[in-house]
Design a binder for this molecule. Sequence first.
Ligand code: ADE
Length: 216
Amino acid sequence: MIKFTIITLFKDAIEPYLKTSMMWKATEKGLAEFDFVDLREFGLGPHKSVDDTPYGGGDGMLLRCEPVFAATESVKAKDPTAKVILPTPVGETWNQEMAREFAKDAHYIILCPHYEGYDERILSIVDYKISLGHYVLTGGELPALIIIDSITRLIPGVLGGEQSAAIESFSDGDNLEYPQYTKPSDFRGMAVPDVLLSGNHGEIAKWREAHSKKAK
Ligand code: ADE
C-alpha cells in the first residue's frame, strides 16, 4: 500500500482526478491511499495567512515557513517515516526510473507551493525536490498529480495483469510502447500491420520489440 498526503490550498483542483479511473481503482483495491491536509488551517492570524512579501523586495508573495512546517509536522507526528516531496522547477527532473524507485516506498507527503515561490528555509524539511520540466507552473498541484499517477500505476495490481507484464518488458524504461491497434483491421484505408493479424506470437513479439519507441 502506498500513501500520499497532499498539503495544499487547492484540494478541489486535485481530488477529482484521484477519484477517477485508475487512481480511484487503486484506492478501491486498497493499494493506494490519498489524504489531504488543508494548508489554510495552519495559516496565521484571523485571515489564516500563509504567505508574505519577500525580504529585500521583489514582486509577489512567498509561502511562509510557519504554516508549512506546522502542516508537515502534523502529518509526521502520526507517521515519522513519511518522506517530503516538494514540486519545484529547480528540482531533479522527474523520470520513469525515479517513479519506479519511489513506488518502493510507503508514505509521501507532497507539499504544493503556490504564489510566486516559497521561503528557502522550507527546504530544510524536504527530502526530494522534483521538477516536472523546464517551464514554470502556478503551483504544485499539477506536478503532484503527475508524480502520484506515475508512481501509483507501477504498484502491482493497479493495472491489469496483462498490462503490468507489458510494462515490465516494454514501457517501463527507456523503451516506450510499441504501436498498438484494435478493430477494425482497416480504417479509412489505414491497415493494421499483417503480422499483428497473423496469430504468430513469436513474430508478433519480434515486431513489437523492433517497433518499441525510444524515449528521447
Ligand atoms: N512548480 C512550478 N513549476 C514547476 C515545475 N516545472 N515542476 C515542478 N514544480 C513546479
